[in-house]
Write a protein that binds this ligand. Structure first.
Ligand code: NOJ
Length: 475
């Protein structure tokens, strides 16, 4: 591990989706050697760390989020020695490496499901014991044909939930954490960690009384997930992970409004601030979302990832420059999903779909150059979206490109200074002070007034605060 501790405080973390980053062997699927070959891109961008979406052996029911062996690398991605080499190269460039720790469920093909069934959650009756609903819809209980018993799965039926009340499971998972830390990784993104514990009595969830502010499958939105999610004793279970992780970074995918996340920070270093991802690109709602989220001591801002519409699709290409400024000037840690730095939008996905939840569209390969050969010399597992229109090679060195804007922002954010205060602003503008600087982001299609001060960065050439623009001034 690289020193010092707390390196992540104002860091920028780049999310790599390994299948789609860089293929090195021509099979059309990205791999670890490919990622290692492209680390220079991350160093050039000026990010501090990369988070690898799951690289473990998996039957791909949920594209790696169904793990069948926690302590190995899927042969499609390479070998353990290549992971070691990737970590070493990253460290050589001053980049930390985070792995995705899918700790609430395994693949149904994980040997534990047969060899250690007590590590999973089973119904005490012959059928579903309650009304819990899976995240992608349908009942959260399925019958295991071999044993005839019913098991819990918060996601797909191929992803049985682990029982974190079982000390033997806890010990096994601590071993997993230690295994990767000994190989030099710097921390973990904890997948769906709000689901780590469920009600021990498996009580029914009551009907929803209000709306959950984040997307949920229709069926799942009809219930208040008080017994199947976000349990008060979850923090206790996580203490075991912390004990094994020591000072390593633990960033939680706590899929809850930030107002419910404070106690998670007793054990985690960071939780994702999903508010920015689920708030429309409009000044007032964004301002309110930021106001709510900054009350949390440590937030990992995220505007896009492998689960939801890409940033360009969600906010529109015309707003990408301003969105980059917002993401990279808020206080705290920022996560950038691969491809956002060149403005990659959703693609058409695949016919027939690989992902049953419709997420292929957000996972198209990186566009390194106009030829589409930059990603693979073979047939890409998903077609590239529009490599001729946007790619890393053409944007690199072009001072007007989105890529160069990201690069300037990763450097500039280090100089902004401490302190944060949201400011009153004209309609549709998000404005705040960061240290001795003022940041103003115009989410509208009309010009607004720029804050007074010496311009440090402007997303557009025109003076003032043009439509869709952002400026940073020194007060
Ligand atoms: C959250 C991950 O980001 C998503 O891709 C996955 O489907 C679920 N957790 C289940 O692991």
């Amino acid at each position: 591990m690289l020193a010092p501790a707390m390196w992540w405080r104002d860091a920028v973390v780049y999310q790599v989706y390994p299948r789609s980053f860089q293929d090195s062997d021509g099979d059309g699927v990205g791999d670890l050697r490919g990622i290692a070959e492209r680390l220079e891109h991350l160093a050039y961008l000026g990010v501090d760390a990369l988070w690898l979406s799951p690289i473990y052996p998996s039957p791909l029911a949920d594209f790696g989020y169904d793990v069948s062996d926690y302590t190995d690398v899927d042969p499609r991605f390479g070998m353990l020695s290549e992971l070691d080499a990737l970590v070493a190269s990253a460290h050589g460039l001053g980049l930390r490496v985070l792995l995705d720790f899918v700790l609430c469920h395994t693949s149904i093909e994980h040997p534990w499901f047969r060899e250690h069934p007590d590590r999973y959650i089973w119904s005490p009756v012959d059928g579903p014991p309650n009304n819990w609903v899976a995240a992608f819809g349908g009942p959260a209980w399925s019958r295991d044909e071999r044993s005839g018993r019913w098991y819990l799965h918060s996601f797909y039926p191929e992803q049985p939930d682990l029982d974190w009340r079982n000390p033997e499971l806890v010990e096994a998972m601590k071993g997993v954490v230690r295994f990767w830390l000994e190989r030099g990784v710097d921390g973990f993104r904890l997948d769906a960690v709000n689901l780590i514990l469920k009600d021990a009595e498996l009580r029914d969830d009551p009907p929803a009384t209000g709306e959950f502010p984040f997307p949920r499958a229709a069926e799942s939105a009809t219930l208040e997930h008080v017994y199947s999610d976000n349990r008060p004793d979850a923090i206790q279970a996580l203490r075991a992970v912390r004990a094994a992780a020591g000072d390593a970074l633990l960033v939680g995918e706590v899929y809850l409004p930030t107002s419910q996340c404070a106690r998670w920070l007793e054990v985690l270093d960071l939780v994702f601030g999903f508010e920015l991802l689920f708030t429309p690109w409009e000044g007032e709602p964004l301002r309110a979302a930021i106001d709510r989220a900054v009350t949390l001591e440590r937030v990992a801002w995220v505007m896009s990832n492998h689960d939801f519409d890409r940033l360009a699709t969600r906010v529109g290409a015309e707003n990408l420059r301003a969105a980059a400024v917002l993401l990279l000037t808020l206080p705290g840690t920022a996560f950038v999903y691969q491809g956002d730095e060149i403005g990659l939008a959703n693609g058409p996905g695949h016919e027939p779909p690989f992902d049953r939840a419709g997420r292929d569209r957000l996972r198209h390969p990186m566009q390194w150059d106009a030829s589409a050969r930059g990603f693979t010399t073979g047939e890409p597992w998903l077609q590239l979206v529009d490599p001729q229109e946007r790619n890393v090679e053409s944007q690199r060195g072009d001072p007007g490109s989105l890529l160069e804007l990201y690069r300037r922002l990763t450097a500039l954010r280090r100089t902004l200074g401490e302190g944060f205060r949201l400011l009153d602003a004209e309609p549709g503008v998000v404005a705040f002070e960061r240290g001795a600087h003022t940041v103003a982001v115009n989410t509208t299609a009309e010009p607004r007034t720029a804050p007074r001060g010496e311009i440090v960065l402007a997303t557009h050439a025109e003076t003032g605060l043009p439509p869709h623009a952002a400026v940073i001034v020194r007060n």
